[in-house]
Design a protein around this ligand. Structure first.
Ligand SMILES: Cc1ncc(COP(=O)(O)O)c(C=O)c1O
Length: 420
């Protein structure tokens, strides 16, 4: 299988990923970060993914088009946006490319949906949602622009488990509140819990509620299957697992909410207030009818003049992810996490995960988690990891070797042993 879009002439053999095949066929695509990056062991791949060499060339290509062709650069720039939408649609199994609405942040996607309801939206969300989403909801709630009910996580049962979002709790809240919108994560950012959204989506459908999935920690990690799940919305972004840097995010909208004509209300469809002239019908005809008319389909959800560079920045990482395939990346990630867990266990350190019910990292509960991470970075070669709410997250990726993980386990066990 050729990883053609990354400009590599090499090809990765079919079948399961192995460290040696990755080293031969994929590592050369990362020569810059491997040579120029810090020499510590990078296990924060769930936070900021490592960039391909091609990424800087892609961004340069966008700028070169501007120097060389001035306003004609809008041609390739707009094509790149369509390419991004098509790639994300493939990555998350969406119905078609225009279902993907480019955003600069996942939170921007949430606001666009909140601002599409005519009445004060009632929202059910879990207490485990990421801070950006949580903060937006709290702000809307506080300003009287939404009425939010938070569903608590169930506490951890023992030291080797984490708090959990339980689908039945979300469903009970949906049945009571009959909200306009339900927000749940596909994979929870603190605990890595994989939530099966299917029963929640079914209950929401019965109650007449729409469901948004936060896929920031699932897209590129596990298959998302947006169309198959029949969710109404999903949000995600490129800077973690698809190595695209900040700014290239997206809101996926189910086609049943997308207008076929230019007045969504006439079709009983949603129309968001988060709009701009790129959502207009025939943007470049500069017409101003009294009734604002929209483009059809997902373009009705576009906003103002878009930033262009994030789409180029996201291109190579998305191409690599799609070329390798999420299933193979997932299988390799589980294998690596299991190896790291067993190296730690051999040194007396038990971690949470891996498992089918967890995302891309294993977890070490620590009351002193931030200080613990600082100590990890300062010990020996250093381990770069991070923590959320007392859980230290360790995420290997395709550039992490078994030797790295063995050394990391040694450092982690040493720091565990030297602190109370
Ligand atoms: C689950 C989840 N959602 C959303 C985000 C990012 O939100 P935003 O793009 O609004 O900053 C993150 C970032 O870490 C995340 O982990």
């Amino acid at each position: 299988m050729a990883i053609a879009d990354t400009n590599s002439s090499d090809s990765l053999p079919h079948g399961a990923l192995t460290e040696s095949s990755l080293r031969t066929h994929v590592w050369p695509l990362f020569s810059r970060v491997l040579a120029e990056g810090p020499k510590h062991i990078y296990l924060a791949n769930h936070s900021l993914g490592r960039p391909l060499d091609q990424t800087s060339r892609d961004v340069q290509e966008a700028l070169d088009a501007w120097y060389a062709t001035l306003d004609h650069a809008w041609g390739p720039w707009m094509d790149e946006i369509q390419r991004f939408r098509a790639s994300i649609a493939t990555l998350i199994g969406a119905h078609r490319p225009d279902c993907i609405v480019p955003k600069t942040a996942a939170g921007q996607g949430l606001r666009a949906v909140l601002n599409s309801f005519d009445d004060l939206p009632r929202v059910v969300a879990t207490a485990g949602e990421f801070d950006s989403m949580d903060f937006i909801l709290r702000t809307y709630h506080h300003k009287g622009r939404a009425k939010v009910r938070w569903v608590s996580q169930r506490p951890a049962a023992d030291v080797l488990s984490t708090p959990r979002v339980v689908a039945e709790d979300v469903i009970a809240a949906i049945r009571e509140e009959k909200p306009q919108l339900v927000l749940v994560s596909h994979v929870y950012f603190t605990t890595g819990q994989v939530l099966d959204p299917a029963p929640i989506i079914a209950a929401a459908r019965e109650a007449g509620s729409l469901v948004m999935l936060d896929c920031y920690h699932s897209a590129g990690v596990i298959p998302v299957r947006f169309a198959e799940l029949d969710a109404d919305f999903a949000v995600g972004g490129s800077y973690k697992y698809t190595r695209g840097g900040p700014g290239a995010c997206w809101l996926a909208v189910h086609p049943r909410h997308l207008p076929t004509g230019d007045m969504p209300e006439r079709e009983g469809k949603l129309r968001t207030l988060d709009t701009g002239w790129f959502a207009k019908k025939d943007t470049f005809r500069y017409e101003r009818p009294d009734e604002p008319l929209l483009s059809a389909g997902g373009d009705a959800w576009l906003e103002s003049t878009p930033a262009i560079l994030p789409f180029y920045q996201a291109r190579a990482g998305l191409a690599l992810t799609l070329a390798i395939g999420v299933e193979r990346l997932r299988a390799y990630s589980l294998e690596q996490q299991a190896f790291l867990a067993s190296e730690l266990s051999a040194r007396g350190v038990r971690v949470i995960g891996p498992g089918a019910d967890r995302g891309a990292y294993v977890l070490l509960p620590r009351a002193d988690a931030p200080q613990f991470c600082q100590r990890l970075l300062a010990t020996g070669r250093g381990v770069n990891a991070d923590s959320r709410q007392g859980l230290v997250r360790f995420c290997p990726d395709i550039l992490t070797t078994r030797e790295d993980m063995r050394e990391a386990a040694e450092i982690i066990a040493g720091v565990v042993g030297s602190t109370p």
